[in-house]
Design a protein around this ligand. Structure first.
Ligand code: HEC
Ligand SMILES: [Cu+2]
Length: 323
């Protein structure tokens, strides 16, 4: 995954890639430049004023640089006017940017419902009807160049959804739906992160937006809509183990498991990472995670399962069929 075009690795927010974030970045640079200019201008004026006065005083044989003569008040009015102009201009610019990024410019290509859990993201792709709806976790595929509407909820505590190169932060609050949107103008992988402290594994709560050309996105979406295929002989034993030990928390559509406490694993193998970016989704990564999640992500809401070596192998063989 790290080998693909990745404009923001590690996360960067001053270089952005879409109409939700670009105006804010422009504003950030603009206001920073203005603030620096104000500091420079004032410093130069104060230092120059003192130096000039000191010189004049020295030439006149006086020791006091600042006199009590009248006539300085006009400078105060000029300074006040300039300050007001700068402040009103920044206010107007800020309000204009807020209006611009407040809602998508065109009808969103799709609507996602994203729920922050301790410590992973549940991502529900809302379809026209329930048969067109599916759930995945942490890795959010979107079509490039199209606005995507995102509804945000919190499952337990307050989290905050942040994909720095694409959109600012929006909190996910239990019992409330917040809304944001984003659009990626360049295909690639955009890393995100929970950005509201939410407990022990807050730092291991990454999200990834994978922006793909519309055809590739549609192919991915069609594949995600499919239920899991029935596993062949050796993996079938693993499926039994999965339903028994894991089904209480995980769903595999088309299989016997329908738990909702953990990520939907129907197409687990289509993801590059496990546990919100904590572990690479390789055979050893998967085995290590299942054998002892607490070693990799202490405090994670998934307990270690008592499994023999052969059982672990059968279980992993089954999970690998979840393409
Ligand atoms: C008590 C509920 C619970 C049980 C039982 C459970 N899990 Fe989990 N599982 C979770 C939670 C919660 C997460 C998310 C952990 C995180 O990222 O912090 C998770 C994450 C995972 C992931 C990573 C998925 C992803 O996309 O990141 C895999 C794979 C997984 N579990 C497999 C299993 C298997 C196999 C078993 C049975 C041996 C199992 N789990 C048992 C709750 C559970
Ligand atoms: Cu957090």
């Amino acid at each position: 995954m790290a080998s693909a075009f990745s404009p923001t690795w590690p996360m960067a927010y001053l270089k952005t890639f879409g109409p939700r974030a670009d105006p804010v970045t422009g504003l950030t640079w603009g206001l920073t430049a203005l603030s620096v200019a104000v500091i420079v201008i004032i410093t130069v004026l104060v230092v120059a004023g003192v130096a000039v006065r000191r010189q004049r005083a020295a030439a006149a044989g006086q020791t006091l640089a600042v006199g009590g003569e009248a006539g300085g008040q006009s400078w105060i009015w000029i300074g006040l006017a300039l300050t007001l102009i700068a402040l009103i201009a920044s206010l107007a610019w800020t309000v204009a940017v807020m209006a611009e990024v407040g809602s998508p410019p065109t009808r969103p290509a799709l609507t996602l419902q994203i729920t922050g859990h301790q410590w992973w993201w549940e991502v529900r792709y809302l379809g026209a009807d329930p048969g067109q709806t599916f759930v995945t976790a942490n890795e959010i595929h979107i079509p490039v160049g199209r606005p995507v509407l995102i509804k945000l909820n919190g499952a337990d505590v307050i989290h905050s959804f942040w994909i720095p190169a694409l959109a600012g932060k929006t909190d996910t609050i239990p019992g409330r739906t917040n809304q944001t949107w984003l659009q990626a103008d360049r295909p690639g992988i955009y890393r995100g992160q929970c950005t509201e402290y939410c407990g022990l594994q807050h730092a291991h709560m990454a999200a990834f937006v994978i922006a793909e050309p519309p055809d590739a996105f549609e192919a991915w979406r069609q594949a995600q809509l499919q239920p899991a295929a029935a596993p062949a002989a050796p993996a079938a034993t693993g499926e039994g183990l999965f339903v028994e030990h894991c089904g209480v928390c995980h769903t595999v559509r088309g299989g016997g498991a329908a738990g909702v406490a953990g990520p939907d694993l129907t197409h687990l193998m289509s993801r590059a990472t496990l546990a919100a970016g904590t572990v690479p989704n390789t055979i050893s990564g998967l085995e290590g995670w299942i054998a002892n999640p607490q070693a990799l992500k202490p405090g994670a809401r998934m307990p270690a399962t008592e499994l023999s070596g052969p059982e672990l192998g059968q279980l992993t063989a089954y999970l690998e069929t979840l393409k």
